[in-house]
Design a protein around this ligand. Structure first.
Ligand SMILES: Nc1ncnc2c1ncn2[C@@H]1O[C@H](COP(=O)(O)OP(=O)(O)O)[C@@H](O)[C@H]1O
Ligand SMILES: O=P(O)(O)OC[C@H](O)CO
Length: 514
């Protein structure tokens, strides 16, 4: 086999779809396989995925990508995995059967549990923040796992007996890729573990104290490893699985944000801005979370501050699927372009409550500022603007927490094809917005983490060398108007607070069987 045919396979298991992407040695995309999976919405605030469907899709898209790339298993130097984070799967060690659908990061069913955990101990919602860097919120895996253990009959006893395994999507896929019930490797990496609430950020090990307080048996947790090392081999392809990164950390890696102070913002189902803080663990006083950015083999871990926004691209999906305003995501731009401004209308998509910087589980979405003047084009524009305003909120928090003024923003993700949004983003931030030539930075980051581990690439410098600017947007809005719009937005956000009462959303269903 010629060396020029060697490649790295990245699997990007996202919230809406699973992608397999084949990368060449010079960091170019050779081929992509992609498949969407079902969004299971059993009741208001609940979001589930079928882990078996996602595993089936993963195998299918790997086949598609390799076929299109005209590469065989023997050409693959390494496999990198990147994934939607926090989404929680519990499965049987002996059969690989999940005991419940995966509970997705956006799901708010654990709101009562989270409130109870906050009032049970000292520190309220920040009870575990010193250990794990995260506020108590429905977003993270720990409460979701506890919910499964509480609601699936027999699950707790079986977990304590070592019969059930927990994992985020990375663990689920690696376990299946490496043989499942026949010797599958049960691991996660430091970035995914840092989203569970269960890992101590300083030691990078499971916190026995938090696991006890959350009621989670340690026996079911995966082994925590670095983001770049060989964890095992794919039973079908024979290639080493050598990189795992949560998708937002992978994008930070793929955007070559290796120096403290560098940041990126990914626009997908939600938005996630990460700021590299180097080997320092920076605690947030402004509603951000502290997380692991990456760890290469035995090197020191690099940490990040993160502003997580639950709903951005999924507001566009909602306008398409639930409201019928558009039939395709790209049409939102056609509508928004027909008007010069939002007509006084603001859409606050607090569908999963509000994440950063507010962390309010009890907020719900609102469209405010309506008059008879407002038409569908204004609503389309307001929906796009919502993403940009939310980004400014987390950027202000980031500047305040880190003391570093972000001077230009590297962007990626499915929404950054939207020129109207990108221009408005530069306008509302008052800084340049920069899109790289390869916007698949998530898969790229996972590919590099894996390729570096096996010596296919030489280290972070290979990523720096491959990063090329694709497009730049410069602010054009005057400052008075920028501040006026942002002030109105903040007023709109306040209208969504404190919406859910104890009896607003439906009661819990009966227990299922493990
Ligand atoms: N032209 C567009 N304008 C605005 N939003 C878009 C556009 N195209 C796709 N999107 C949104 O981008 C999101 C998909 O981005 P992607 O990065 O693939 O998501 P994820 O990784 O979260 O699955 C969807 O929520 C979709 O609504
Ligand atoms: O799959 P994405 O791109 O929506 O990312 C989801 C995040 O990892 C959730 O924390």
């Amino acid at each position: 086999m010629r060396d020029s045919e060697r490649c790295v396979l990245a699997i990007d298991q996202g919230t809406t779809s699973t992608r397999a992407i084949v990368f060449t040695r010079d960091g170019q995309i050779l081929a992509v396989g992609q498949k969407e999976h079902d969004q299971i919405l059993p009741r208001a605030g609940w979001v589930e995925h079928d882990p078996v469907q996602i595993w089936d899709n993963t195998r299918e898209v790997i086949g598609t990508a390799l076929g299109k790339a005209d590469r065989t298993a023997g050409d693959i130097a390494a496999i990198g995995i990147t994934n939607q984070r926090e989404t929680t799967v519990v499965w049987e060690r002996s059969t690989g059967r999940p005991v419940h659908n995966a509970i997705v990061w956006q799901d708010t069913r654990t709101a009562p549990l989270v409130a109870r955990l906050g009032s049970d101990g000292d520190g309220g919602a920040d009870r575990f923040k010193d250990v794990c860097g995260l506020p108590l919120a429905t977003y993270f895996s720990g409460p979701k796992l506890r919910w499964i253990l509480d609601h699936v009959e027999g699950a707790r006893e079986r977990a304590e007996a070592g019969e059930l395994l927990f994992g985020t999507m990375d663990s689920w896929l690696v376990w299946n890729l490496t043989g499942g019930p026949d010797g599958g490797v049960h691991v996660t990496d430091v970035t995914n573990a840092s989203r569970t609430m269960l890992m101590d950020l300083r030691t990078l090990t499971w916190s026995e104290e938090v696991a006890r307080d959350l009621g989670v048996p340690l026996a079911m947790l995966p082994q925590i490893r670095s983001s770049s090392e060989v964890y095992g081999h794919s039973t079908r392809l024979g290639a080493p699985i050598a990189g795992i990164l949560g998708d937002q950390q992978a994008a930070t890696f793929g955007q070559a944000c290796f120096e403290p102070g560098m940041s990126k913002n990914t626009y997908g189902t939600g938005n996630f801005m990460l700021l590299n803080t180097g080997t320092d663990i920076v605690r947030s006083d402004h509603g951000l979370v502290t997380t692991v950015c990456y760890q290469l083999g035995e090197q020191d871990p690099v940490y990040a501050l993160e502003g997580s926004i639950a709903v951005t691209g999924s507001l566009v999906q909602w306008l398409r699927d639930n409201i019928g305003l558009i039939t395709d995501a790209s049409q939102i731009e056609d509508l928004a372009r027909r008007v010069d401004d939002n007509g006084g209308c603001y859409v606050v998509p607090a569908f999963s409550g509000l994440f950063a910087p507010y962390w309010k589980d009890d907020a719900r979405g609102a469209i405010v500022g309506l008059t008879r003047y407002v038409n569908r084009n204004h609503i389309a524009r307001a929906a796009l603007e919502a993403t940009a305003y939310q980004t400014r909120e987390v950027m202000e928090a980031m500047n305040a927490d880190s003391g570093v003024e972000v001077t230009e923003l590297r962007v990626d993700g499915g929404m950054v094809v939207n020129e109207t949004l990108m221009q408005f983003q530069a306008d509302i931030l008052g800084i340049d917005v920069v899109r790289p030539q390869i916007v698949e930075t998530t898969a790229l980051g996972a590919a590099y983490a894996a390729g570096i581990a096996v010596g296919f690439w030489d280290g972070e410098q290979a990523v720096v060398d491959s990063w090329t600017e694709g497009r730049r947007w410069t602010p054009q809005l005057d400052e008075v108007e920028r501040e006026r719009l942002f002030r109105q937005w903040k007023k709109a956000v306040r209208r969504t607070f404190d919406w859910v009462d104890e009896d607003t959303e439906a009661a819990e269903p009966p227990a299922a069987h493990a």
